[in-house]
Design a protein around this ligand. Structure first.
Ligand SMILES: [Zn+2]
Length: 254
């Protein structure tokens, strides 16, 4: 069992129309940098994985909703021993934020990767998925839900409108919340989608062989103030997956 991450911080499609109906207020830009020690450790191709992850989210998210002006989201990237091989692979979250337009938005954040797992993930071709996952936490997935009144601790019920609409369309038309992970310990529970339902989705708490980004995850970013680039029809969403291995099947939670 590979646990994807631990949340840092703070405290914490269906329908294409959902993602395009909001007034565009400013571009979304990530400004990423590495600690000196990590920078000197990384190969050029390893650094390019981080650039790919940055490009991924900058392509998915076009900007901020009306009333929000944030110049850029600064992300510092580091590595350090966390818990040996496997288990936690890294963690990420905002370290600074601003309230604008009635929402809490990340302005600075950090991602740290477990130095015991890093090279293996790279060699296995799985590093990109992990970086995209941790970057999502910096952008606000699972970390800014509570501050934005989308989630109450211990409820395991996410109630943001856009993600819920996507969940109703893709999973359960009568749902009144999106199921949130209720185990995995601190940093995993309460900050990811429920693995038992979402399976290999990127934003569950466990890394799979392929880790597609689904419509519910995309909707959750609308709920916290972002505007997304136009996205394909629901049936095409799995094609957005970032899994690079092209393998069938997936590793299940033990
Ligand atoms: Zn995570």
């Amino acid at each position: 069992m590979l646990q994807k991450c631990c949340r840092l911080l703070l405290v914490n499609i269906a329908c294409a129309v959902i993602f395009t109906s909001t007034v565009f207020a400013g571009p979304f830009n990530i400004d990423m940098s590495f600690t000196p020690s990590f920078s000197s450790f990384l190969s050029e191709t390893q650094q390019s994985v981080f650039t790919q992850a940055e490009n991924y989210w900058e392509n998915v998210i076009s900007g901020y909703q009306a009333g929000i002006e944030i110049g850029s989201l600064s992300i510092m990237v580091d590595y350090s021993p966390v818990d040996g091989e496997y288990n936690r692979l890294g963690w990420g979250g905002p370290t600074n934020m601003e309230y604008q337009g009635g929402l809490a938005l990340a302005t600075e954040g950090i991602m740290t990767f477990d130095s015991a797992d890093f090279e293996r993930l790279y060699i296995e071709g799985r590093l990109l998925d992990v970086v995209i996952h941790e970057m999502a936490h910096v952008i606000g997935f699972g970390t800014l839900w509570k501050l934005n009144d989308l989630y109450v601790n211990g409820s395991y019920q996410y109630t943001g409108a856009a993600a819920l609409a996507a969940y109703q369309a893709a999973y359960d038309a009568s749902a009144t919340w999106v199921p949130v992970e209720n185990d995995g310990g601190a940093g995993t529970e309460g900050a990811h989608w429920e693995e038992d339902i979402f399976g290999n989705e990127l934003m569950t708490g466990w890394l799979d062989l392929t880790n597609p980004v689904g419509s519910v995850t995309l909707g959750s970013f609308v709920d916290i103030g972002y505007v997304l680039n136009s996205v394909p029809a629901p049936s095409a969403f799995l094609l957005l997956g970032v899994g690079l291995l092209g393998l069938t099947g997936r590793r299940r939670k033990a």
